[in-house]
Design a protein around this ligand. Structure first.
Ligand SMILES: NC(=O)c1ccc[n+]([C@@H]2O[C@H](COP(=O)([O-])OP(=O)(O)OC[C@H]3O[C@@H](n4cnc5c(N)ncnc54)[C@H](OP(=O)(O)O)[C@@H]3O)[C@@H](O)[C@H]2O)c1
Length: 255
């Protein structure tokens, strides 16, 4: 079997990084992308030590030219892209709807929504030329519900689910599957930033059905599945990975 060629945005930390490492262990060829050259070079070394052929391409997903170059470089190096994981995302700005500004909208939507659209645009171009592929976008449980003062982040992650459905319908006739994951609380730097402090995290754990956040590695396993031929008839779907949170309220407090 030939090694799959995998492209990952926002690959330098958290879920993106865990997914890159998981793909390296599977023997994939990997193009990792992010905004920091030094961290990218280090990650490529780490992936290489696991036996993967890997390359870092610096790209900010808010910019069309960056994403075009990223995709073109991946195809130039490995001839095709089999799996794209559009993971780059930001918690953006949080606050009251009455305080939304041009800047706070752009700080959230330009990465989470425009970045996803630009990634799909160029990945479709590449995959249509090579007979298809699998794309996994990243939403959130806040793509399915909201918290107070989360209008921008929740709005952006709801948008990613709608974009995924439209892209899946368009991709179907070209052999391109497009799905989206909706992680719940997942132990990454974003989780640490958004939850603020240990007191808040203890409270969150007490109401989570499994009384713990997910790990980036648990999210990565779901991405590998959706990216693979084992998910060959699955497209346009949202896979919630939240330890049961969206199923309801656990009723009993943590022991
Ligand atoms: N952790 C959670 O609880 C959780 C829950 C639901 C969904 N998610 C989603 O999961 C994805 C990964 O997040 P994470 O939890 O792994 O947090 P993270 O460690 O902060 O990862 C986000 C990555 O995206 C990169 N990024 C941000 N803006 C970018 C841009 N414009 N261009 C290119 N890269 C950019 C960040 O790099 P920089 O250092 O350059 O900013 C970072 O490496 C995000 O889409 C997030 O919304 C996370």
């Amino acid at each position: 079997m030939t090694a799959p060629v995998v492209l990952i945005t926002g690959a330098l930390t958290g879920i993106g990084r865990a997914t890159a490492l998981a793909y390296a262990r599977e023997g994939a060829h990997i193009v990792v992308s992010g905004r920091h050259q030094d961290a990218g070079d280090l990650l490529v070394k780490e992936l290489g030590s696991l036996g993967a052929q890997a390359e870092f391409v610096r790209a900010d997903v808010r910019f069309d030219d960056d994403v075009r170059y990223l995709v073109d470089r991946a195809v130039e190096r490995f001839r095709r892209i089999d799996v794209a994981f559009n993971n780059a995302g930001t918690e953006g700005w949080r606050g009251s709807i009455t305080d939304v500004t041009d800047e706070s909208y752009e700080a959230t939507f330009d990465t989470n929504v425009k970045g996803t659209l630009l990634s799909l645009k160029h990945e479709f171009r590449a995959m249509r030329g090579t007979g298809g592929g699998s794309i996994v976008n990243v939403s959130s449980i806040l793509g399915l519900m909201a918290f107070p003062e989360s209008a921008l982040y929740a709005g952006s992650k709801h948008a990613v689910i709608g974009i995924t459905k439209a892209a899946a319908l368009e991709g179907a006739r070209h052999g391109i599957r497009v799905n989206v994951i909706a992680p719940g609380f997942t132990q990454t730097a974003m989780y640490e930033r958004s939850t603020g402090n240990a007191y808040n995290r203890d409270y969150i754990n007490s109401v989570l059905p499994m009384h713990r956040p997910g790990t980036p590695e648990e999210i990565a396993e779901a991405v590998l599945y959706l990216g693979s031929d084992k998910a060959g008839y699955i497209t346009g779907q949202t896979l919630t990975i939240d330890g049961g949170l969206m199923s309801g309220w656990p009723l009993t407090p943590a022991a």
